[in-house]
Design a binder for this molecule. Structure first.
Ligand code: KG4
Ligand code: ZN
Length: 340
């Protein structure tokens, strides 16, 4: 079954063709990072406008690169939640129109669930359920017990900033462009984390929940002085920036790994799946290897940042489970918990 996946939840316009939920024939991603870089974050209206410009060429390229024509598409899968309203509407309305025009079924997919599914479709071996799924992205940070694909229990989440958002905000404080995660990781390579004693937060009575806003403020005050404004000049020298980046990264990632390992043990999980853009971070992989005794499953290259192959993959799976597509009334949901 040839599934066309479409992704437009935030600042990537993406389309992919995947066969039977696993074999990726094409995976086209048009990033908008250049557009949002100067604002230090995604500007929703600009994102929507760029999606409108990109959606036709991106879908065309995905079909061309797959070596098929649009008549070969058997199912149109689209991320319909969660995300920015204008951005979502572009992808979902395009997918509905294409499904209608081709007379092929449509299926809606949750973007966050798809980040976890990226690990399932990347794995050469069967996933040993139950596992702990960790969603580490720019908009979400949560730990989920997965008894199977589609069967989830929420275990923990962030009470304030998402982990990727914390990376982006710290990068901005240090004068680095958006998206900040890769920038912080690069800068931290030459830093000594012990120069600045930083720690992520804990949530009273919820041992596996995350809190990163205090850590972000600690980075701000260390960089620019206590009580400073966000746009105040740096107080520390250029040569100290790598140390501060490394101290932030160590504090944030050790917290992520420690709570993940403890939650997995506590809930009887046999492995850990890591999804979302932050799974790209090599230090995260090294820390998990060092501290977590359980096997870990990661997205294959091309499937960790926002992409449409994971949407097509999960779309195929949902279509098989449901036995039918969704109606053309498929709603767009800006907030949506895939855990029922
Ligand atoms: O999953 P994703 O592509 O989009 C969302 O659904 O949010 O994640 C994007 C996030 C951004 O916050 C970005 O800074 C972060 O993932 N990220 C990283 C790295 N690469 C991307 N964070 C830390 N280290 C990285 N290497
Ligand atoms: Zn994402």
């Amino acid at each position: 079954m040839h599934v066309l996946g479409i992704e437009s939840t935030c600042d990537e316009t993406a389309a992919a063709v995947v066969v039977d939920g696993r074999t990726i024939l094409s995976n086209v991603i048009a990033s908008q990072a250049d557009l949002h870089e100067r604002y230090g974050g995604v500007v929703p209206e600009l994102a929507s406008r760029r999606h409108i410009e990109s959606i036709v060429p991106v879908v065309d390229a995905a079909i061309d690169n797959a070596g098929i024509s649009k008549e070969h598409i058997d199912l149109v899968a689209v991320a319909n939640a969660p995300g920015l309203i204008g951005a979502l509407l572009v992808g979902v309305n395009f997918a509905k129109s294409l499904s209608f025009a081709l007379g092929k079924p449509l299926i809606g997919v949750n973007h966050i669930e798809a980040h976890l599914y990226a690990c399932v479709m990347s794995s050469k071996v069967a996933i040993p359920f139950p596992v702990l799924g960790a969603v580490l992205s720019g908009g979400h940070t949560s730990l989920v017990k997965m008894d199977d694909v589609g069967n989830y229990t929420l275990i923990a989440q962030t009470v304030d900033d998402a982990i990727g958002e914390a990376f982006d905000k710290c990068a901005r404080i240090l004068g680095l462009p958006y998206p900040g995660g890769p920038q912080i990781e690069r800068l931290a390579l030459n830093g000594d984390p012990s120069r600045f004693p930083l720690r992520a937060g804990n949530v009273k009575g919820r041992p596996h929940d995350y809190s990163f806003s205090g850590l972000k403020t600690a980075v701000l005050y260390t960089a620019k002085g206590v009580g400073c404004q966000k746009d105040s000049p740096l107080k520390i020298s250029e040569s100290q920036l790598p140390d501060l980046a490394a101290a932030f990264q160590e504090a944030a990632l050790n917290d992520v790994v420690d709570k993940m390992t403890s939650a997995a043990r506590h809930h009887g999980c046999r492995a850990i799946l890591i999804g979302g853009g932050v799974s790209h971070n090599k230090r995260l992989r090294a820390l998990l290897e060092e501290k977590c005794p359980l096997p870990t499953f990661w997205p294959a290259p091309g499937l960790s940042l926002d992409n449409a192959a994971m949407i097509a993959g999960l779309g195929f799976h949902r279509f098989q489970q449901q036995g039918t597509g969704d109606s053309l009334e498929l709603p767009v949901l800006t907030r949506s918990n895939f855990i029922s």
